[in-house]
Design a protein around this ligand. Structure first.
Ligand code: ADP
Ligand code: MG
Length: 496
């Protein structure tokens, strides 16, 4: 039996205002090519790079969050190679003195070790046009890129995808990167080899340019099959770089793997050694205050997950859906606190714990199913939807109070999502408030009983489904406005 040994290398574009070594804008949404460029990021001779403090601080932040050791001294190195998207003929990266080393990310019940996190500059982008011509856009050249390398601790395709998702969430929570894989703001490379359990590591293959979590999973699954088949036939795995072919759904050989000495790394002579933390005589403007950065980390996904379960009594699954998006989690918390205020105002006291959990679960359900559905159907980003936390809380309150039924709540929510109106307006405008008028309901129920002799007879013979049928008619006739509990009781009473 062979097992997979997997290590990931993940690049994330940092969300800074300017590039890593110059003051050209770092704008991932710029549509016009070659506007955010200057002599420094275009590699003109005689220009000098200056490190962007914000980018260094962002990597330190990630290091703190992952429990890494933050270097006191770090430096930049030149990685030399030729490619048309690399204006200087070398990339400024970090070789033997990265900003962060060690650390871990928990995935399920396992800790995946982090080898290092360092800072480097991104390359330009090649646009392959018609007639075989290629164009270069240098807007991205010199944008700060954080590279994170894991230990070969990952064992399955699922675990690799989970790890990458978790990391994406952490970057987003820390607000260091939007880490959108579709936009290329986060990119994954997979290193994978197979071995018999307990034996030494085998020869690894590197798979580059995987641009979604699904592709990470597919490429690993494919490679596990391919390498296992080779080894079973007594053949060797060749150390190489492979790519993912989306049409063939297969990894394909791209080139032999280069090694460090091919790049002739050497210390970047134009940048001083980076002093991180407290250093005597370091000017204030250059100081990277590691303690302050680590002390001001936001609540991270794992902590929030545990808190949502404890504080609101949510299931792990419900809490995980909310936590998976920082904006959704914030919206939820805001809505619940508003909802509890509505509650306290109406009843003159703060809710008991059980009651609090009940309303918190109600809000989580509507958010995770109905709002999710509307968001998916319309492709609206969560942060841009028209429903505010205040309005959502108000709607949940009416639902909780039984002022409107769950059917009506969904109708109102649809309308809120489309128009951004508040729920009380919609309910009033459309006359959707629950019909509490007992006389009117009873008249409706009597008419239904008279018109459905068979169902009435069935019910009297002990068929409970018949009651459900009659009640369904009442709901239909009242257009969902009948109070479900009162409606059912009404039939039981009338049919006694
Ligand atoms: P290279 O020198 O080829 O770049 P590194 O030692 O820097 O290799 O490791 C690069 C990545 O490959 C890391 O994520 C590491 O965990 C992973 N890795 C190293 N050896 C193996 C192996 N035998 N099988 C799978 N992954 C490996
Ligand atoms: Mg390496």
């Amino acid at each position: 039996m062979y097992e997979a040994v997997i290590g990931l290398e993940i690049h994330a574009q940092l969300k800074t205002d300017t590039k890593l070594f110059c003051d050209s804008r770092n704008d991932p949404d710029e549509r016009h090519p070659n506007v955010n460029v200057c002599p420094v990021c275009m590699g003109h001779p005689g220009t000098l790079p200056v490190a962007n403090k914000k980018a260094v601080e962002a990597v330190v932040k990630v290091g703190c969050a992952l429990g890494s050791t933050i270097a006191r001294f770090s430096k930049f190195d030149r990685k030399n190679y030729f490619y048309p998207d690399l204006p200087k003929g070398y990339q400024i990266s970090q070789y033997d003195m990265p900003l962060c080393e060690k650390g871990a990310v928990r995935v399920g019940a396992r800790d995946i070790g982090i080898t290092r996190v360092h800072l480097e500059e991104d390359t330009g982008r090649l646009v392959h046009g018609e007639k075989g011509a290629s164009l270069v856009d240098f807007n991205r050249a010199g944008v700060p890129l954080m590279e994170l390398v894991t230990e070969p601790d990952i064992r399955t395709a699922e675990e690799a995808a989970e790890f990458a998702k978790k990391l994406q969430m952490i970057f987003q929570y820390l607000e260091v990167s939007d880490a959108n894989m579709e936009k290329g703001q986060m990119r994954c490379e997979v290193n994978i080899s197979m071995r018999k359990a307990g034996e030494r590591f085998g020869t690894k293959v590197e798979i580059k340019n995987l641009n979604s979590f699904g592709v990470v999973k597919d490429a690993i699954a494919y490679e596990i099959k391919r390498q296992t088949a080779l080894l079973k036939q007594g053949e060797a795995v060749v150390q190489e770089t492979r790519g993912w072919d989306e049409h063939k759904k297969a990894t394909v050989s791209q080139r032999m793997k280069e090694s460090a000495h091919d790049y002739r790394y050497f210390p970047e002579p134009d940048l001083p050694v980076l002093k991180v933390g407290v250093h005597e005589g370091l000017p204030e403007s250059d100081a990277i205050d590691v303690d302050a950065i680590c002390a001001s980390l936001p609540e991270l996904p794992d902590q929030k997950l545990a808190r949502f379960q404890g504080e609101f009594g949510l299931s792990e699954k419900d809490a995980a859906v909310l936590v998976s998006q920082k904006v959704a989690a914030a919206f939820y918390e805001h809505a619940v606190s508003e909802l509890l205020e509505w509650y306290a105002e109406a009843s003159g006291k703060a809710p008991e714990n059980a009651e609090k959990e009940k309303v918190a679960k109600l809000a989580a359900n509507y958010l995770n199913t109905d709002i999710r559905r509307l968001i998916n159907e319309t492709g609206t980003p969560f942060g841009e939807m028209l429903v505010t936390a205040e309005n959502f809380a108000e709607l949940m309150f009416y639902t909780h109070q039984g002022k409107i039924s769950s059917t009506i709540a969904k109708t109102v929510l649809d309308e809120m999502f489309r128009t951004g109106k508040d729920p009380s307006n919609i309910i009033e405008e459309k006359g959707l408030a629950q019909k509490q008028d007992a006389g009117e309901l009873e008249a409706m129920a009597r008419a239904i009983i008279a018109a459905n002799e068979k169902a009435v007879a069935d019910y009297k013979n002990g068929n409970q489904n018949a009651l459900q049928f009659l009640f369904g008619k009442l709901m239909a006739e009242s257009k969902g406005k009948a109070d479900p509990k009162a409606g059912r009781e009404l039939f039981i009473k009338l049919l006694q």
